[in-house]
Each structure stands twice: as structure tokens, then as C-alpha cells.
Design a protein around this ligand. Structure first.
Ligand SMILES: [Zn+2]
Length: 323
């Protein structure tokens, strides 16, 4: 079986000299990455379900509608960022959002997204997997799926064919670079910033979610602690609100196109900032350290304040949560 591997854009390749990755990038950038993904993501999902011998659950009508509206909202968010090409070619459909019961989920996953310590969802090779038993409401479901869809929008930064054995190169890229070394927290921050835009767009479309839940969808954020330093960096780089908006758009666009223009600009304005971001994870400890290193005392205080309200998230996130 041949899989196409896709990774989020903000991993270490931009800072670490791994020449084979650069070669692949140069070659692939010219090609239609999203078409390649389309051809393989379904195969990936099927073989995964077979491998673990689990079945996915059927979506009810409201869940179907939520998934459809979220995908429309995601495409609109890409259009708003002037990324028509990506909106057109982005190949996720409702069928790529899979619901599993708790047992199937726990069986087939070793790493997953958590919210307040509860494992709920995961995005992998353009498939979204949801632990259906963990959801209390449709709005919570929509909230988390928006985040995972945002991961799926990320630049397919490395695409290479591997056989069943895999190759050392691929393993290095997948495990070493992405999750442990570089830009983990940054990646989650940008993912969630885009997810909020998707939720705002979703609210314009979906009629099933109540008004008060819609408000929550737009005001709450996963990984708030990680987003705070990133937003502070944007503010420091900006001399007006308009500039702030443009820089935020640029950062979100980078997430999708794979460009690193935002990081380059940030480094010029705030020397050393990319180094700090590259090692920032998603724990309180790690985000606090980043805020302090960058001299953002107000952000550091805010992170401490959130930590007091939600002390449990840190520990569980550190152990398991990723992407
Ligand atoms: Zn995530």
C-alpha cells in the first residue's frame, strides 16, 4: 500500500537543514498537491478501519448538516484570504469526517486532540476522526470539527510515497520534526485562529445551533494560552489595527500555502522570535516561558490566570494531545 504523507506546514523544515525535504518541496510545490491527497485519503481511511477492525458510526441529519456547513464555511474562509485556488481544490467532504464510538476511538488512536483533558478528535491525512461519545451537544461537535478541519487546510508540506516499511527519511520528517522539535504550539495557535473564522462563517449558515451556543462558538478557543503570545507578536509588529488584520491574514494564509513570509517579517521586527516560537509547545509552562522570553509580561500574567481556571488541561495535553 502506498500512502501519501501530508504534514502541517509549520514544522521544523524551515529551520533545520534537511536537504531532502527541500528537494521534495521544490518538486511538489509545482504540482497539484490537493489532487494527490484526494486520491489517497480514502484509501488511508479504509485501511485504517480495517487494520483496527472498527466501524464508523452514521451521522444523524443534524450532524450531516453541521459537517456540510462547516466545510462550506472553511471554503469561504479560504476565499476571504484570497486563496481561491485552495478553496476550489480543497477536497474534504462530509464523508471524510468520521464518527467513532469511544471503544473504536480508543482502539484506533494513540494520539488525539483533547479539550479539557477529554480526548475528542484528530485529523490525519485529510481525514477527521471524532470520538462521538465524548460530545455533549451539537455545538460542541461543531466547535471541535472546525478545529480539525483547520488542520486539514494546512499546507501539505511534505508529500512523498512510502511503502509499508516506510523509510528513515519519512520517519524523521513525520515524528522527529513535526511533533517534538519545532513550532508545535505555533501550529496549534494558527490552526485555532483559522478555526474561529470557520466558526463565524458556520454560524451564518447553520440554523440548528441556538443563539447562545453560537455566541459560545465564536468566543471560545482551544489552546487560548498558545494563541496569546502569537497575537502579542502580531500586535508588536503592527502600528495600526489595519496592519494587525493584514498580518493575521498573512499568517493564516501561510498556514495554507506553506509560505513563511510571516515568520520572516516577525524575525526582522523582533529578532529571535522564530527561535522562541520554534520551541514553544502547548503546555502552560511552555507558553509562559515563550511569553516571558519575548518580554510580554501582560500575556504571561494572562496565561497564569487561565491556568488557575483550567488547571487540568496542561497535564493531559502534555501527555497526549497533538495536532
Ligand atoms: Zn489541533
Amino acid at each position: 500500500m502506498i500512502f501519501i504523507l501530508t504534514l502541517d506546514y509549520m514544522d521544523g523544515r524551515r529551520n533545520i537543514d534537511i536537504s531532502f525535504l527541500n528537494e521534495i518541496e521544490a518538486k511538489k510545490k509545482k504540482e497539484l498537491e490537493h489532487e494527490i491527497k484526494l486520491a489517497t485519503k480514502t484509501d488511508y481511511h479504509k485501511s485504517k478501519m480495517e487494520h483496527y477492525n472498527v466501524q464508523e458510526l452514521r451521522k444523524d441529519n443534524i450532524e450531516k448538516k453541521i459537517c456540510k456547513d462547516l466545510i462550506d464555511a472553511m471554503n469561504q474562509s479560504l476565499l476571504d484570504l484570497r486563496l481561491k485556488k485552495f478553496a476550489d481544490s480543497f477536497a474534504i467532504t462530509s464523508d471524510d469526517i468520521h464518527l467513532l464510538d469511544n471503544e473504536a476511538y480508543e482502539t484506533s488512536f494513540t494520539a488525539y486532540e483533547e479539550l479539557d483533558g477529554i480526548p475528542k478528535a484528530y485529523a490525519e491525512y485529510s481525514n477527521v476522526y471524532i470520538n462521538h461519545d465524548q460530545f455533549q451537544s451539537y455545538s460542541e461537535f461543531a466547535f471541535v470539527v472546525a478545529h480539525e478541519l483547520s488542520h486539514c487546510c494546512a499546507y501539505t508540506k511534505l508529500e512523498t510515497e512510502v511503502d509499508n516499511e516506510g523509510s528513515n527519511q519519512t520517519n524523521l520528517a513525520q515524528e522527529g520534526v513535526m511533533h517534538e522539535i519545532n513550532f508545535w504550539g505555533m501550529n496549534e495557535a494558527v490552526t485555532e485562529m483559522l478555526a474561529r473564522r470557520i466558526r463565524v462563517e458556520f454560524n451564518k449558515r447553520n440554523k440548528q445551533i441556538s443563539f447562545s451556543n453560537k455566541k459560545k462558538l465564536e468566543s471560545e478557543r482551544i489552546y487560548e494560552r498558545v494563541i496569546l503570545p502569537v497575537e502579542a507578536i502580531i500586535r508588536q509588529m503592527s502600528s495600526s489595527q489595519k496592519e494587525e488584520k493584514l498580518l493575521t491574514d498573512e499568517l493564516l494564509s501561510n498556514h495554507i500555502t506553506g509560505d513563511n513570509s510571516f515568520l520572516k517579517k516577525a524575525e526582522l521586527k523582533i529578532p529571535g522570535v522564530t527561535q522562541v516560537l520554534s520551541v514553544m509547545g502547548i503546555t502552560y509552562e511552555s507558553t509562559l516561558e515563550a511569553a516571558e522570553k519575548l518580554g510580554f509580561q501582560d500575556v504571561a500574567e494572562e496565561i497564569k490566570r487561565i491556568r488557575l481556571i483550567k488547571p487540568d488541561s496542561e497535564e493531559t495535553s502534555e501527555k497526549k494531545s497533538e495536532s
